[in-house]
Design a protein around this ligand. Structure first.
Ligand SMILES: Nc1ncnc2c1ncn2[C@@H]1O[C@H](COP(=O)(O)OP(=O)(O)OP(=O)(O)O)[C@@H](O)[C@H]1O
Length: 330
């Protein structure tokens, strides 16, 4: 796919994937039949930029994540990190290279990515030892404690095992493990989909805060367009292994060009329609605290018309301070 004009805003991208492909043999089919899990994809992420990657299940998002983090080798194509080709070496060599710490991934299910026999401290210290080859105990402790504080993990939890934590706390440990090596790019692969809705909102706000504080770039992979709209400035839409549309988030939502993007946006639940269909429980249209969990309690003070509210997650609308910190229009 040729570069689109919006890339011009990032002339020297932090990450520049060029014509990236990953082909898998199809089991049970005629010999030589290949599945194009990722098919000739260009993707650029600017320094400090938050890019959303969306698409339906099976379109190739996770394969893209694994390729970009060099967890698997591409069939063809190049990945440049700060202008340096990181596909020149095999995945096995990349793991041992200093570039490994520049890209970190927060996976979907924190439980799966945490070693059950590691206490939280060990879990966060592990990438420092493995990727940065640190061995000084004081330096490791300082860095682990700093990362734990940044993600809001209380000190007393640092000596616990993963099974002694809540889902939200485990998610924080997963994020701390990723940021402890101070990556330039954080890839978030559906980071909240395994969490309760109320915890999702808190973790999304934490991620937004961390990006603002640490200046990292994010690739935010999600099937939830509302969340992508809240957090990202640019969106990449994948369909059947290909990128079919790229654009600034508001432009893409206002004027989707590709039929698949149009269908994705049309499938977003319309909160305004739900509100009309459902009678107010207290019978009072002006009640400041809505009993309807699908109606934002800050709606009366919101500069946007109710129909324009992008947030369908009730808890995300309810983060306090008169207007949600995560609200796109706050
Ligand atoms: N190791 C593999 N071997 C063979 N096929 C694979 C492999 N990994 C992924 N695929 C196939 O590649 C395609 C893309 O899979 P991928 O997991 O990247 O999609 P996805 O968009 O992340 O889906 P989901 O949102 O459900 O995780 C799918 O058809 C999948 O079956």
């Amino acid at each position: 796919m040729t570069a689109l004009p919006e890339y011009a805003a990032h002339p020297t991208p932090l990450l520049d994937a060029q014509r990236l492909s990953k082909l898998y043999p199809v089991k049970g089919s005629a010999k030589g039949t290949l599945l194009h899990a990722v098919d000739d994809v260009d993707l650029r992420i600017g320094a400090g930029e938050c890019v959303g990657l969306v698409g339906e299940s099976g379109c190739g998002k996770s394969t893209m994540v694994r390729l970009l983090a060099r967890l698997i080798d591409p069939t063809s194509g190049q990945i440049l990190m700060g202008g340096k080709d990181i596909t020149g070496m095999t995945q096995a060599k990349f793991v041992a290279s200093p570039d490994r710490g520049r890209i970190q991934v927060v996976f979907q299910d924190p439980t799966e990515s945490l070693n059950p026999s590691f206490r939280v401290f060990q879990a966060i210290a592990d990438p420092l030892r493995r990727l940065l080859r640190l061995s000084d105990a004081d330096e490791i402790a300082t860095r682990v404690n700093r990362a734990a504080t940044l993600v809001g993990l209380p000190r007393e939890l640092v000596q616990r095992y993963p099974h002694q934590l809540s889902g939200g706390q485990r998610a924080r440990v997963g994020i701390a493990r990723a940021i402890v090596v101070e990556p330039e790019l954080l890839i978030l692969d559906e980071p909240t989909s395994a969490l309760d809705v109320s915890v999702q909102a808190v973790i999304l706000r934490l991620l937004a805060d961390l990006r603002a504080r640490l200046g990292m770039s994010y690739l935010f992979v999600s099937h939830d367009l509302n969340v992508v709209r809240l957090l990202c400035s640019r969106v990449v839409v994948m369909y059947l292994g290909k990128v079919v549309e790229v654009g600034p988030v508001e432009q893409l939502f206002a004027n989707p060009r590709h039929p698949y993007t149009q269908a994705l946006i049309a499938s977003i639940p319309d909160p305004a329609r739900r509100r009309e269909a459902r009678p107010r429980l207290d019978g009072s249209p002006s009640s400041p605290i809505s009993p309807d969990p699908n109606v934002c309690r800050f709606q009366s003070r919101c500069p946007r018309a109710a129909a324009e509210c992008v947030t369908t997650m009730p808890a995300l609308r309810d983060l306090g301070g008169g207007q949600s910190a995560a609200c796109h229009f706050a």
